[in-house]
Design a protein around this ligand. Structure first.
Ligand code: TYM
Length: 331
């Protein structure tokens, strides 16, 4: 049997180059070897307030970008998280099998607390239990994600193991799958910070739909250093190291393989090579995006995806509800 993979993206903003290199591109590549289940984590989006009109646009763009990137609705199951209500139902059951201490240890939560954010929602706090449900309800073998989501996949594993021990074997315990290059693309304006879609208006973030001129401008103003030599030294030259990673990842190769080609360039020349590589990668996707974004392909894809996903999810949820003792009669 074909092994299954599952992943999702939370479009609480426009998708970034980081989302593409760290996640989306890999979903597309894995379609040949795996049964892919890929969804849009719209419930996760509202753990932080979203303007409804903007959110609808982000979601629509995300579906269009999934397809434009090459996700194939014939081969992969593509759907919207809130269309399959079983995720939220299982999420509650898993929240009842998780502990406050575990949630308190989550980096994302700790970071927000440390920043003194005073309006964190309960939904944000229980975010990892919903994510565990997203994953476990489909029994995937692997969960391809960027580096920052590893901790969330690990807690899903812990919850699965606990549930299996407490009741009886129910969930497959999945492995996170992190790419060797591109798993953590950093901001161009602050290379010690992850490139993140929520940093709106930040020139350190490249969006998948940025025009070539915008990409050139952002890369040209990327923070570097005064050393003046293109080396891979993340400690001393984090900006240049990040650009090298981006270049290697865009070209689907390693930093070692690109270094000989760019090691002799000055920073200006090097940046222009990096821009070229990004544009070469994104331009065809942008072209397809514009072709499909106003067609009925998006709605059709989500409708068919929902039916396929629901068929798997509802069976699993029934099983879980019976094991927990919620179902009185076997149906
Ligand atoms: P999200 O939307 O923050 O990110 C989506 C994917 O993109 C990766 N990523 C990056 N990779 C490299 N460099 C970056 N700068 C970068 N930024 C983001 C992320 O690691 C992720 O793989 N909670 C998830 C969505 C989710 C999910 C799931 C994922 C909900 N349920 C179940 C997998 C399985 C999230 O917020 O991803």
């Amino acid at each position: 049997m074909m092994k299954r993979m599952l992943s999702g993206i939370k479009p609480s903003g426009e998708l970034t180059l980081g989302n593409y290199l760290g996640a989306l591109r890999n979903f597309v590549n894995y379609q040949d070897e795996y049964e892919m289940v890929v969804f849009i984590a719209n419930l996760h989006c509202i753990t932080v307030y979203q303007d409804p009109k903007e959110l609808r646009q982000y979601l629509k763009d995300a579906v269009a970008l999934y397809l434009a990137s090459g996700l194939d609705p014939q081969r992969s199951i593509i759907f919207l998280q809130s269309d399959v209500m079983e995720h939220a139902q299982l999420g509650f059951i898993l929240a009842c099998n998780s502990y406050l201490g575990e949630m308190n240890r989550m980096t994302q939560y700790k970071d927000k607390m440390a920043k003194g954010e005073n309006a964190l929602t309960v939904g944000f706090y229980t975010y990892p239990t919903l994510m565990a449900a997203d994953i476990l309800i489909y029994d995937p073998d692997y969960v391809p994600v960027g580096d920052d989501q590893k901790q969330h996949v690990e807690i899903a594993r812990d919850i699965a193991e606990r549930f299996n021990n407490r009741y009886s074997p129910t969930f497959k315990v999945p492995e996170p799958l992190i790419p060797k290059v591109g798993a953590r693309i950093m901001s161009l304006s602050d290379p010690l910070k992850k490139m993140s879609k929520s940093d709106h208006q930040d020139k350190g973030v490249i969006y998948m739909l940025d025009e070539p001129a915008v990409i050139r401008k952002k890369v040209a103003s990327a923070v570097t250093d005064s050393i003046g030599k293109v080396n891979f030294d993340p400690k001393e030259q984090p900006g240049i190291a990040n650009l090298l990673q981006i270049l290697a990842s865009c070209k689907s190769t390693t930093v070692e393989a690109v270094l000989p080609e760019v090691g002799h360039l000055n920073y200006g020349e090097f940046k222009s090579v990096v821009s070229d590589a990004i544009i070469e990668l994104l331009e065809p996707i942008q072209k397809r995006y514009h072709e499909i974004v106003s067609t009925d392909l998006l709605e059709k894809t989500l409708y068919e995806g929902k039916l396929k996903a629901q068929a798997i999810a509802s069976r699993k949820l029934k099983k879980v509800q019976h094991k927990v003792g919620l179902e009185i009669f076997k149906r």
